[in-house]
Design a binder for this molecule. Structure first.
Ligand code: PEP
Ligand code: MG
Length: 325
């Protein structure tokens, strides 16, 4: 089976009814990018930058970060690269950042909250990303945004970082796109407001499902409750995607559910055109995609609106595959 999957590397990712879906990679290192390129990924939809901050004793300087971002941008050779700013805290401990002892780290000092609190840390990263944007198709994405005000505050610091570079006469892409990771239910609920200000959304289902259903994504005792087909999840996803579509901004998915073949009919039915996933799931997902139909998925997704439970929804979505080939 591995060999037959390997043959799909250069096959365009198009559904039975002719819709092209961009399949991108989630990476956290240059090494993972090499694998992603061998797998036929069309760009990077999520570059997790935490690894740059780990296994060391002090913050990575701007120059060092710039070199890595630039290398990744150049390796992508014009295909787009979404760089997510630091997502520290939660389960990602970075010892020298001096995170507080917290009762509930997942509800605490984390991601953009740290960046907005530690302006120099944040602006150093932003300058490094901006500089790399001169060498490829780079976009910026903020993690864990939970309000419009937070997004504006992050952009205010981005403006400062840009101004600092202009003063140094350092080139960067003045038109760089800035997006929001939708992974906090509050952001999803206010997607219509955020969509007016953001250039794009990427839905982080790992955290979104965890916070929406109050189910720790790492806790094996309640793993069965981590349910992508819970009607609450489906409603919130639908609402978020529709808000982006109504505002005319691109929306992609970058959580693990992006690479889950069982969930694929839902993404197709919702009109998602870009999925970003772990490299290992890319070819199996593409195999499924080639046998899927957007039209059929759309009809099934209409039918699941009124379902009361996930078993029923799961069954209906499975039929997408049994009927479409
Ligand atoms: C997510 O929350 O879905 C996501 C992609 O981010 P991470 O897994 O890095 O928290
Ligand atoms: Mg997340």
């Amino acid at each position: 089976h591995l060999e037959s999957l390997q043959q799909l590397v250069d096959v365009p990712s198009v559904t039975l009814d002719g819709k092209e879906i961009e399949l991108k990679a989630n990476i956290s290192s240059v090494k993972e990018l090499e694998q992603a390129l061998k797998t036929g990924a069309r760009g990077v939809g999520l570059f997790r930058t935490e690894f740059l901050y780990m296994d060391r004793n002090s913050l990575p300087p701007e120059e060092e970060q710039f070199e890595v971002y630039k290398q990744v941008a150049e390796m992508l050779d014009g295909q787009s690269l979404v760089i997510r700013t630091l997502d520290a805290g939660g389960d990602k401990d970075i010892h020298y950042i001096d995170l507080p002892e917290e009762e509930n780290p997942f509800l605490g000092y984390r991601a953009i909250r740290i960046s907005l609190d530690r302006e120099e840390l944040f602006k150093t990263q932003l300058r490094a990303i901006l500089r790399a944007s001169h060498y490829g198709h780079v976009k910026i994405m903020y993690p864990f945004i939970s309000s419009v005000q937070e997004f504006r505050e992050a952009n205010r610091l981005l403006e400062q970082a840009k101004q600092e570079l202009r003063e140094r006469n350092v080139p960067f892409d003045e038109e760089i796109k800035v997006g929001i990771m939708i992974e906090v239910p509050a952001a999803a609920m206010t997607a219509d407001l955020l969509a007016r200000e953001a250039d794009f959304f990427s839905i982080g289902t790992n955290d979104l499902v965890q916070y929406l259903l109050a189910v720790d994504r790492m806790n094996e005792h309640i793993a069965h409750l981590y349910d992508p087909f819970h009607p609450a999840v489906i409603r919130l996803l639908r609402q978020t995607i529709e808000a982006a579509q109504q505002c005319g901004i691109p929306v992609s998915v970058c959580g693990e559910l992006a690479g889950d073949p069982k969930v694929l009919p839902m993404w197709l039915g919702f009109g998602i055109e870009e999925l970003s996933m772990s490299v290992k799931t890319l070819l199996p997902l593409k195999e499924r995609l080639l046998k899927s139909s957007v039209e059929h998925s759309r009809r099934v997704v209409e039918d699941i609106r009124h379902c009361t439970g996930s078993d029923e929804i799961r069954r209906l979505l499975e039929q997408c595959y049994n009927n479409s080939h």
